[in-house]
Design a protein around this ligand. Sequence first.
Ligand SMILES: [Zn+2]
Ligand SMILES: [Zn+2]
Length: 344
Amino acid sequence: MASTMVAAVFQGDGRLSIIERPVPFITPADVLIEVEACGVCGTDIHVLEVPPAHPAFPGVIMGHEFVGIVRAVGPDAIGVEIGQRVAVAANLSCGSCSSCKRGNPNHCEHFTTMGIFRDGGLARFVAAPASACHVVSKDIPREIAALTEPLSCVVNGVEQAHLLPGEAVAVIGAGPVGLLFLSLFRAAGAGLVVVVEPTELRRDAAKRMGADVCLDPSQGDPARAVRDVTSGAGADVVVDAVGDQLSQALSAVRVGGRVLLFGMNSRAWPSIHQYDITRNELTVVGAYVGSNVFPKAARILASGLVDLSPMISHRVSLEDLPSALDAIRQGKAVKVVVDLMAGS
Ligand SMILES: [Zn+2]
Ligand SMILES: [Zn+2]
């Protein structure tokens, strides 16, 4: 095996370089994974902003949405075998802090993320703790299998929404996360799925992924439009997949309905009419990463119940990643997946 590999390395100050790095060594509890594909997340774009909108360690290999084949296992790596295909839960919890012991590893006091604070999957090889690896079917195309990580977070959100068959859902924001919500709600039996999204490219993807109604918020009040298509009632469930849409969500949800807050924007302080929550007996719930959701996401992908292919607008080689990042920044991409097997 070669001793070096090409990797996408965060250099600080918004810079990303495609450079040679040593193939990683594995510690006893790690496995070495040959990466097949790795998705690009909005968080990666935030890391590369100046000033950064999300912290990361300079020098780290980026990429936290990846799938690959296990090529080596450490002597203490349990539950994973050479040759298996795994997706990695890139948010690593310590297992020892009070949050972990309380059963909330997604709120671990020592939470760290591969691709942000330690080397991730935008390289030919990555070392990952065996405990974070989840076997996924080899029948799933690699660019789809790479979506296991974001899908797992959305599975957590869908669980919090307690959707019943036939209910009406409104998803605000049709970026990759909003599209995953749309797809899961559809598969879970939603009767009507409305998407609110200003970008035509993303509305088109939403249409192809089964949205019944796609609203452009620049063409009128979307909350009123949601009411119009729900006989005046409002949606049973409204998801904010953006991070600053609570006020809109409260206007679009029916009396007694649920508002799920998933998108995150630490700078947003939306002004809301608290009275509506009380008077209309609304449930407002937040969802963050989730616990034990990876196996569920892997099973959903293996089931064939959802077709996520319409959301992948760019499948690129590692060398073409910088131009694909520009496409995301310019609103010309939906989901970018880097194919690490391209040309091999
Ligand atoms: Zn992410
Ligand atoms: Zn912990």
